[in-house]
Design a protein around this ligand. Structure first.
Ligand code: SF4
Length: 320
């Protein structure tokens, strides 16, 4: 059974001033589910809607349409008071740790706060737990880190604090939103390893969001590919990386260094990702796709299941 289920989710935002408003559909009718203990990789360029979808799955955003189910409970319309009880079971590891931790708090305060809110525990016990988790994420001596402020830590150290804060309450579901993209290449692997260690230990459902399909294919059991707010392909990670179906997935794989060794058809897209405020009609990829046909410009392709668990949204695979 799925721990997290997103059913036909739409997320719209209103942007602009009171004189001129634009409605942007950042996520458009996306359905995914993630099982307990499963790592689901969500990939796509920036602007594809993957971070927004991650936040909807945590009910940090209330979807405009569709349902969000967590552990069998429909949390789509749950008021904040009731959601708060579930919050400790679902946590976010953000892309930018500097924005997630209050710059005026010490690291100790940032770690103790969620414990005091969600667990029946004394301040002394919370401090001990904060020390333990700092040691587990490799920030030692823990006593020293407890008293530091965020600006006294490097980006990598602060991301370790963000991971510690997310894992403190042993959540069942984690969204890791591009957790290494702001970090030096030299420390990215150790941060991913740390997240995976906790994931295994607590048997967590993990939604790992990244633009790096090569990295995601190494750690996820299933991959979903997003383009301009829509899911365009989904399937087992091994099959997506070895036999991608959608031209967009093929283009992402073609951009991996040494991708020719995978034997995947090389696809290069024209231009840049389109404008989410005014997406192309028909298939959203058609202005960039080297295989575009007349129907692609006129009609949106359906998402079809080509084999069990393997889905693609492209006219090339629709029998007509
Ligand atoms: Fe390309 Fe058409 Fe497939 Fe869209 S539906 S990805 S334009 S071939």
């Amino acid at each position: 059974m799925s721990l997290v289920k997103l059913d036909n989710v739409v997320m719209e935002f209103e942007l602009g001033t009171f004189l001129s408003k634009t409605r942007i559909r950042a996520v458009d009718r996306v359905s995914i589910d993630i099982g307990r203990g499963e790592i689901y990789g969500l990939v796509g360029e920036s602007g594809s809607g993957k971070s927004t979808l991650g936040r909807v799955s945590l009910r940090l955003y209330k979807p405009t349409k569709g349902r969000v189910i967590f552990d069998g409970i429909d949390i789509t319309d749950l008021p904040e008071g009731k959601l708060r009880k579930l919050r400790k079971r679902m946590q976010l590891i953000p892309q930018d740790p500097f924005s997630s931790i209050n710059p005026l708090q010490t690291i100790g305060e940032a770690l103790i706060e969620p414990l005091l809110v969600h667990v029946d525990i004394s301040r002394e016990e919370a401090i001990e737990k904060a020390k333990e988790i700092l040691e587990e994420v490799g920030l030692t001596p823990a006593e020293e880190f407890l008293t530091r402020k965020p600006h006294q830590l490097s980006g990598g150290q602060l991301q370790r604090v963000a991971i510690a804060r997310a894992m403190l309450l042993k959540p069942d579901y984690i969204v890791a939103d591009e957790p290494t993209s702001n970090l030096d290449a030299s420390i990215r692997a150790s941060i991913v390893k740390l997240i995976l260690e906790f994931q295994r230990r607590f048997n967590q459902a993990l939604l790992f969001i990244s633009h790096d399909i090569a990295l995601v294919s190494l750690i996820a059991s299933r991959i979903g590919v997003m383009y301009l707010g829509q899911l365009v392909e989904e399937g087992p990670a091994k099959s997506i990386i070895r036999e991608p179906l959608h031209p967009y997935t093929k283009a992402l794989i073609s951009a991996i260094p040494l991708s020719e060794e995978l034997g995947v058809e090389r696809v290069v897209l024209k231009g840049e990702i389109g404008n989410i405020a005014n997406p192309p009609k028909g298939c959203r990829l058609h202005p960039r796709c080297p295989f575009a046909m007349d129907i692609c410009r006129r009609e949106e392709p359906p998402m079809i299941e080509v084999t069990p668990g393997r889905k693609v949204k492209c006219w090339l695979y629709v029998k007509r």
